[in-house]
Design a protein around this ligand. Structure first.
Ligand SMILES: [Fe+2]
Length: 332
């Protein structure tokens, strides 16, 4: 098994690369690190590569890069993949920051580029756009969510943070509550890409920035139940949903097994679990008809902000046992 440490960058294809460069630099506030005829590499202002744009007739997200521990032997990575029956290839010059990588496909067909070492892009001191701290997470729709969980956990070292029912999963590879999500759908496609911003004041600034540029929010501001991040969503010029978020749950010590306690957690301690259908409605998924599903259902309601207990009948047995222990303790 590999041990992924973080997501590197997402590669997006676009028919109008000029328009997308303008959007990612002017609105999102990334720095244009490299510009070639049919490709652009965008990094955070502090120089961490986040998005690669490639010219193509179709809008897609065909590749995703992940970092393993610095100094890792990529030959060893390739032989582990081979042992698991996966065909991979060594690639060079992925971006100016990533000289070497091992590439292979995940079960839904996304090419994963695994790298161990990278170089920062030059710092950009200009003040433009939202200026996120990092590329935070990426969500895909695909038919076989369970198969993706097995692959990402068994092969890449991800852990399950939460499920929404059995159709939407949140996987982590670091302290962050989620770095990849998979949402069950008949077709495979990108669902949304998320950038982390510093705090709520940056979320407000993002809303102002979007409004000033006549870009409507498709959802939010909201504090999610799953992951508890504050988030706003909009669509970029290619129609891909982009999220800005802050305050995502953190798991600081895997052995402790719970997320950083915060006052808005409905369970204390907050542990990975399955959120049942009775919990307040989410914008995603077959039960909601959200922006990823191309319709304009009613916007999020007040119930999205309420903290209701997960009905015990729907919670996993383990969570119920833990709840009983906590309740017993608190009665003493
Ligand atoms: Fe998200």
């Amino acid at each position: 098994m590999l041990q992924i440490k973080r997501a590197g960058h997402s590669t997006l294809t676009t028919p109008d690369i000029e328009r997308m460069v303008d959007y990612f630099t002017g609105i999102v506030g990334l720095s244009l690190a490299t510009r070639e005829k049919n490709r652009a590499i965008l990094a955070t202002k502090s120089g961490v590569e986040a998005i690669v744009l490639e010219r193509s007739s179709a809008v897609d997200a065909p590749r995703l890069s992940f970092q393993v521990a610095p100094g890792s032997d990529l030959g060893e990575v390739a032989s582990r993949l081979k042992k698991a029956g996966l065909k991979s290839e060594r690639r060079s010059d992925i971006t100016p920051g990533i000289g070497e990588a091992v590439a292979f496909k995940d079960p839904k067909g996304t090419t994963l580029e695994i790298f161990s070492d990278f170089a920062f892009a030059p710092e950009d001191t200009s003040y433009t756009g939202v200026m996120p701290l990092k590329f935070g997470h990426v969500a895909y729709q695909c038919p076989d969510v369970q198969g993706m969980v097995k692959f990402y956990c068994d092969m890449l070292g991800f852990r399950v943070s939460d499920w929404r029912s059995d159709f939407f999963v949140f996987l982590r590879c670091s302290r962050d509550h989620h770095t990849v999500n998979f949402l069950r759908d008949a077709k495979t496609s990108i669902h949304h890409i998320a950038f982390e911003v510093r705090d709520w004041s940056d979320i407000k600034r993002a809303c102002d920035m979007l409004a000033k540029n006549n870009i409507k929010l498709t959802w939010g501001p909201i504090r999610h139940l799953i992951g508890h991040n504050i988030a706003v969503y909009h669509k970029n010029p290619d129609g891909v949903v982009i999220e800005f978020f802050c305050d995502l749950d953190q798991i600081h010590d895997e052995e402790l097994g719970f997320f950083e306690p915060r006052p808005w957690h409905q369970d204390r301690p907050q542990r990975p679990k399955v959120w049942g259908d009775e919990t307040p409605s989410n914008w995603w998924g077959p039960m909601s008809r959200g922006p990823g599903h191309g319709n304009t259902a009613a916007p999020a309601t007040a119930t999205d902000f309420q903290h209701k207990a997960v009905p015990k009948a729907r919670a996993p047995a383990l969570a119920r046992a833990r709840t009983r222990r906590v309740e017993k303790k608190s009665r003493r």
